[in-house]
Design a protein around this ligand. Structure first.
Ligand code: GLU
Ligand code: ZN
Length: 492
């Protein structure tokens, strides 16, 4: 089905922070390119000076690197179609717009916004299609002169053909758009600035893009772009072929509303700050409209690339489920090589994340406890609170945990525990467990109940890593000192 070498593009506009919808689009294009041993073009659509920013551009590149995507042409890597930032290609667009007008595919429209609004309202009231009505399609030289004399500045519109446009969407199958629903559209602003409607297809043509995979929100621009492609072919821009289009399903957020860029859970930074693994996040995002197999939710990017077929993408809206995203990330953490896990925790064990004095950190102690954390974490940032008992001078103070664990009789229990721990011959998890178990029995408490005050005395929290392994790593001296401190606090 895919014969010619595949050339796909990821072409975001650098506005705001990268969001998960954008990442999903990048992922599907990347996987498609890699699956077909094709080319991924990374292009920056920064023609809107009012909205684009250099900061956002840098964030996009940083995000792509963090996610582990490589691109074959684009910023920092170059390629045969340099430059890949549209802001540096303005001469090309001006030239194409001029040639489109000369060939009669585009024309100047002098209508003011007020006039357009009034006519749109009237058409609506009459139950007619409310797109541009073609008023300026055939202006005479006199009319143009009169408008110019009035000081009007025209925009440039593309002339849509008066016939239906049919294409086969790779996700949705055959679609037809009738002329009433796709009117002539602006390609240049009154100040001559080119619009997305022009620059995006022009670059897709020049860069010989074979497949356009993008969000469903852009579906309505596809018939326009297909008509523009035909005109570009006629005037000799690009190699004359029209790409195939595949529109990826909407992503729905809370309350079954479309996930918007403004939703906090759509910000990529949030996932980075919480310590998602790129592979975990991408694995989850791949499920927004696609699946590897009915019974396989967890897989690597290599596995995705091997299996990815745009034909398997589902047209129905996908639901963004943060819980599932977290679950998948946790599974990826479990699958890391223990060394890789330790390394991945690195940034969260340092300032500004770590609350302890830097010199209090002990790599060997961390490595001893790390295997117990690896099977329990959801996101890497959780590591800090799970191991802080090892590196803080005193356990964190958490009133709620204290009140929950310290009951009547807790002081007596802790005294028994202390006595037993003090005389342990071997300070290891197994012995520690037997000691606390025995102490609990003396006070008529099951292990779970006996553990709680010990855990809070040592770590400050009611939940955490396995207690006896934690005590083993913390060591006898510090464990006993913390039990003493708790007893003092209890007034014992
Ligand atoms: N720059 C456009 C956007 O960010 C690209 C749309 C497309 O893929 O055609 O939405
Ligand atoms: Zn007009």
């Amino acid at each position: 089905m895919v014969s010619a070498p595949v050339r796909v593009r990821f072409c975001p506009s650098p506005t705001g922070n990268p969001h998960v919808g954008l990442v999903r689009t990048a992922l599907f294009n990347w996987a498609f390119a890699r699956h077909h041993k094709g080319t991924l073009v990374f292009r920056i659509e920064d023609t809107d000076a009012a909205r684009d920013s250099e900061e956002s551009y840098n964030q996009l590149l940083d995000a792509m690197r963090w996610l582990g995507f490589d691109w074959d042409e684009g910023p920092e890597v170059g390629g045969p179609h340099v430059p890949y930032r549209q802001s540096q290609r303005m001469d090309i667009y001006a030239d194409v717009a001029r040639r489109l007008q000369e060939a009669g595919h585009a024309y100047r429209c002098y209508c003011t916004t007020e006039e357009l609004d009034a006519r749109r309202e009237a058409a609506r009231a009459a139950g007619k299609p409310s797109g541009y009505d073609g008023k300026c399609r055939e202006l005479s030289a006199e009319q143009i002169a009169a408008y110019e004399a009035e000081g009007r500045t025209p925009i440039v519109r593309f002339r849509m053909p008066d016939r239906p446009i049919t294409f086969t969407d790779l996700v949705r199958g055959e679609l037809t758009f009738t002329p009433e629903n796709v009117s002539d559209y602006g390609i240049l602003r009154a100040n001559g600035a080119p619009l997305y409607t022009l620059v995006n297809p022009v670059d897709d043509a020049l860069m010989e893009i074979t497949h356009v995979l993008r969000g469903e929100d852009l579906l309505s621009s596809t018939p326009r772009q297909i008509a523009l492609y035909a005109a570009l072919a006629e005037i000799g821009v690009g190699n004359g072929t029209t790409p195939q289009f595949g529109h990826l399903p909407y992503v729905m957020g809370e309350g079954n509303k479309k996930l918007s860029k403004r939703d906090p859970q759509s910000s990529l930074n949030l996932y980075r700050e919480r310590g998602f693994l790129p592979e975990g996040l991408l694995n989850y995002l791949s499920l927004l409209g696609w699946s590897l197999a009915e019974d396989r939710d967890i897989f690597t990017m290599d596995e995705m690339v091997a299996a990815f077929d745009i034909k398997d993408v589902n047209a129905n809206p996908a639901r963004f489920d943060l819980k599932k995203c977290e679950h998948i990330n946790a599974e990826h953490l479990r699958r890391l090589d223990p060394k890789a896990f330790i390394e991945a925790c690195g940034p969260w064990l340092k300032a500004p994340h770590a609350p302890w004095r830097p010199e209090a950190f002990d790599q060997a102690a961390f490595e001893a406890i790390a295997p117990h954390a690896q099977t329990r974490l959801t996101v890497l940032s959780d590591i800090t609170a799970n191991v802080d008992f090892l590196f803080l001078d005193e356990p964190v103070e958490d009133e709620a945990s204290w009140n929950k664990a310290m009951k009547e009789g807790s002081d007596a229990l802790l005294r028994t525990v202390r006595a037993k721990l003090a005389e342990l011959a071997d300070w290891n998890a197994e012995e520690l467990k037997s000691a606390v178990l025995a102490a609990g029995e003396e006070h008529g408490l099951k292990l779970g109940k006996a553990q709680a005050p010990v855990r809070v005395a040592i770590t400050g929290r009611t939940v955490g890593l396995p207690l006896f392994e934690s005590l083993e790593v913390l060591g006898r001296e510090r464990t006993l000192a913390r039990v003493d401190a708790a007893l003092a606090k209890l007034g014992g």
